[in-house]
Structures are given as structure tokens and as C-alpha cells.
Design a protein around this ligand. Structure first.
Ligand SMILES: Cc1cc2nc3c(=O)[nH]c(=O)nc-3n(C[C@H](O)[C@H](O)[C@H](O)COP(=O)(O)OP(=O)(O)OC[C@H]3O[C@@H](n4cnc5c(N)ncnc54)[C@H](O)[C@@H]3O)c2cc1C
Length: 411
């Protein structure tokens, strides 16, 4: 690396759990991190799903390197076998880490990264590229400014860019017009969003654990709200395989949630609609009607789109990335996580080799690195940043992990 380049900070985009972990590893290796967080606090995305109980225990959710730093102060380690909510993870881990003096002095809240490029090098220009600083355009409280960096670690997550309800991957016809009655992700049905759902007919769309969380809360709310109806629409032709995790699943809370949904289905507490590919949403007065291939679902008052998330890659469009066209993850990571090839959540360990791009010293990490694949775990992200930051100062290119020829699910 060019000498003057090496004196610049390493930019980290996003102060979620993985971005903060990257900052800890950077400090441990003698780099100066500069962390940009779009939100008013670190863990801004976590705060939006703070009411959700995580299915991985504390032991999976914290980075040993960060724990070492926190233990230098008066932090009390949580009980490792317990399962925190998003809010507990935020309050007992992410915020203490962000507020640690060694991190806080490098953290810039309310600073959104709008674009990343290389100084005087648009994406087309090759000569001298690797020795040229990155330039990040930042929108902060005082307007826009540029910052230079020797490397960029993008840990900006995906929660801000949910998938559409539309089965084509684009908005369903009428989806934008109905946006007042649609929430994306996992709304806080029993908390701040309670009034929005009380006494309403609600349709949850999506087949994953976010949908299960929303359904579980809606059924609980319906116990105190006689006028409520809970509907669930999935693409699959049946919902007989709700309990997907093995009996000895390490992530016991994941299986417990699946078993609970199975029980609610058996008790007919949820109206199930299978084989639904949402193409149109029409409105009848205040009510919404979802249409799928000529079939119409019963009118509802509210819709929850638990249809997953996608990465916003536009920030990196002036850089030479290599992105898998299907998963939208870095190309070499894709075969390890592609849900078309893996039905279970077990992903081989991977690191800098799988996460690298033709652009030197650029890495996408954390949940954003998984693109549209839904199986990311924090534990994986902590290993990613350890590997990536070790690779920043190594001369040799790391060897990629071989994808499993025939991935098998436990149980
Ligand atoms: C409901 C739900 C439950 C989950 N449960 C689990 C679980 O049980 N176990 C598990 O291991 N994982 C779980 N995950 C998955 C994953 O671990 C979390 O999504 C986790 O928050 C990912 O961490 P991250 O740091 O990669 O991204 P995020 O936490 O999403 O952080 C990204 C940060 O970047 C900021 N940002 C975004 N764009 C910009 C920008 N342009 N400039 C500056 N800052 C920006 C955001 O404000 C945010 O603070 C869950 C996810 C969800 C949504």
C-alpha cells in the first residue's frame, strides 16, 4: 500500500453490531477507524425490531474482541445461555460498545454515507487505482462533505430496504398507493404499533421467521381484541413444514417459535392462504384486497410485509464490486449461502477471500454481505470482520472456502 494511503483512516459504514465489531478489530490492529452511522444512535436498525426475541443466545450475539474491550470498563457480561430481545442486545451490548471512549471518539452519528468512490478515479479509470484513497460523500447535520479513507468496510445492513409484497420482486400493482396500511419487517404489534392493529383484520405475507414473529404477536393481541382476524399468505402450496429446525437445534428459540406457530395453526387461530403470489393490491374503501393470479383474498385493514430484505448497493456503484446476480452478495460468497441451493441455515465459515472485490480494500460485511439470502447470523459476521481486517495488511490473497458439493441440513 502507498505510504500516504496507509496514514488515512479505515471507513466503516454503519454502527450496527458488525460495524462496531469491525472498529474494535481495526483498533486492535493499529488502524484508525472512522465510523459513519446514519441514525441518531448506534444500532439504529436493531432499535426498530427491539421487541423481537432473538433466536440465538447471548453467546452467539457478542464478539469476543468487543467483550475484551468492554471488560476493561465496568460492563457486566450477560448470561450467555439466555436469549435477548433486540432491545436487550442494543442496550446491554451495542450501546455500551458505541459509548466506550475508544470507539465513541471515532463514531459519527447522524452521518449518512451517500456515495463511495476513489479520488479522481471513477469506476472506469484503472491507472494507479489501488494506490488512490477512497472518497466518501457524507450527509451530516451541517450539510455534505467528503472524507478520504485507505479502506472501506460496508456494514450498513439491509433493514432500511425491505422487499416488496409483489411476487415479481417489484411493487405489486397498487402497493405504493396502499402504503399507509402496509408495514414492512416486524412491527411492534404488542407495543408502539398496538393501536394500529387493535380490532383490525391483518394479513401477514411471507414464510420466514419474521412472519412467525408477527403472527405470534397478532394472535396474542387478538385474545384481547374480539374484532381481530389474523390472515397469513405464503407462496408455498402448504404450511405443513412450519417446524423446520431439528429437535436438537442449537438455536432453541427458533424451533420454539416454529412449534408455537404450528400449534396456532392446529388451533385454527390463523386463516392460511397458500400458493399466493401477490400481483395486485386493490382498495375497497379503507380495506385492502390482495390478488394473486386471478384469485382474491378476503379484504383486510392492514398488511404486514414480512418478505425479507435486499441490500442497497447504489452507494458503491462507482466501485468495482463483484456481486452475484441472484443473491446480490459478493460473488464468491454466493454459492455458500444461496437459498436455492441450501434449505438450512448452516453456512461454512468464510472470510476475506469470499468477501473481496476487484476493488482492493473494499469489503461488504454483516447482514448486507448476504444480499437477499436470509440466513445471516451475528456470529458469522464477527468472524467475517476478524478475517477482513487481518487481510487488510496482508500481502497475500486469502484462500476461499470451497462450497459444499452437497449441503446437508442437520436432523
Ligand atoms: C427481526 C430480526 C431478527 C433477527 N434475529 C437474529 C438472531 O436471533 N440472531 C442473529 O444472529 N441474527 C439475527 N438477525 C439478523 C442480523 O443479525 C441482524 O439483522 C443484525 O442487526 C445485523 O447486523 P449488521 O451490523 O450487519 O447490520 P445492522 O444492524 O442492520 O446495522 C447497520 C447500520 O448501518 C446504518 N446505515 C445504513 N445505511 C447507512 C449509510 N448509508 N450510512 C451510514 N450508516 C448507515 C444503519 O442505520 C444501521 O445502524 C435478525 C434480524 C432481524 C431483522
Amino acid at each position: 500500500m502507498h505510504k500516504t494511503l496507509a496514514t488515512l483512516p479505515v471507513a466503516v459504514i454503519g454502527a450496527g453490531p458488525i460495524g462496531l465489531s469491525a472498529a474494535v478489530h481495526l483498533l486492535n490492529r493499529g488502524y484508525t477507524p472512522i465510523i459513519f452511522e446514519a441514525g441518531t444512535q448506534a444500532g439504529a436498525h436493531l432499535a426498530r425490531w427491539g421487541h423481537v426475541r432473538m433466536f440465538s443466545p447471548w453467546s452467539y450475539n457478542i464478539d469476543p474482541a468487543a467483550v475484551e474491550l468492554l471488560n476493561q470498563g465496568n460492563w457486566t457480561e450477560p448470561s450467555l445461555a439466555k436469549f435477548p430481545t433486540g432491545k436487550e442486545l442494543l442496550e446491554h451490548y451495542v450501546l455500551p460498545l458505541a459509548n466506550h471512549p475508544k470507539i465513541a471518539s471515532h463514531l459519527h452519528l447522524n452521518n449518512r454515507v451517500l456515495h463511495v468512490s476513489r479520488c479522481n478515479h471513477d469506476v472506469l479509470r484503472t491507472k494507479g487505482r489501488d494506490d488512490t484513497p477512497f472518497v466518501l460523500r457524507i450527509a451530516g447535520p451541517d450539510g455534505e462533505h467528503d472524507v478520504t479513507a485507505q479502506a472501506v468496510i460496508d456494514a450498513s445492513g439491509t433493514y432500511q430496504t425491505p422487499n416488496w409484497l409483489g411476487a415479481h420482486g417489484i411493487p405489486a400493482l397498487g402497493e405504493n398507493a396502499a402504503s399507509n396500511a402496509i408495514r414492512y419487517g416486524v412491527p411492534d404489534v404488542l407495543g408502539v404499533d398496538r393501536a394500529h392493529y387493535t380490532d383490525k383484520s391483518v394479513l401477514v405475507v411471507g414464510g420466514g421467521h419474521s412472519a412467525f414473529n408477527a403472527l405470534q404477536d397478532l394472535v396474542r393481541l387478538s385474545e384481547q381484541s374480539a374484532g381481530m382476524q389474523v390472515h397469513w399468505a405464503v407462496r408455498s402450496e402448504s404450511v405443513t413444514n412450519v417446524v423446520r429446525s431439528p429437535a436438537n437445534d442449537e438455536l432453541q428459540e427458533r424451533r420454539a417459535l416454529e412449534v408455537h406457530i404450528q400449534a396456532l395453526l392446529e388451533q385454527d387461530r390463523i386463516h392460511v392462504h397458500t400458493g399466493i403470489e401477490v400481483d395486485t393490491i386493490s382498495q375497497d374503501g379503507n380495506r385492502l384486497i390482495v390478488h394473486s393470479n386471478g384469485k382474491s383474498l378476503p379484504p383486510v385493514d392492514r398488511i404486514i410485509a414480512a418478505t425479507g430484505f435486499r441490500p442497497d448497493l447504489s452507494v458503491l456503484s462507482e466501485l468495482r464490486t463483484t456481486i452475484d446476480p441472484a443473491t446480490q452478495s459478493p460473488t464468491r460468497l454466493a454459492p455458500l449461502i444461496d437459498p436455492n441451493m441450501h434449505s438450512c441455515g448452516s453456512v461454512p465459515e468464510h472470510g476475506a477471500a469470499e468477501l473481496s472485490h476487484p476493488e482492493s480494500n473494499l469489503y461488504i460485511v454483516g447482514i448486507k454481505s448476504y444480499g437477499r439470502a436470509p440466513t445471516f447470523l451475528l456470529r458469522t459476521g464477527y468472524k467475517q470482520v476478524l478475517s477482513v481486517i487481518s487481510a487488510l495488511d496482508s500481502e497475500e490473497e486469502p484462500t476461499p472456502v470451497q462450497p459444499c458439493a452437497a449441503p446437508t441440513c442437520p436432523g
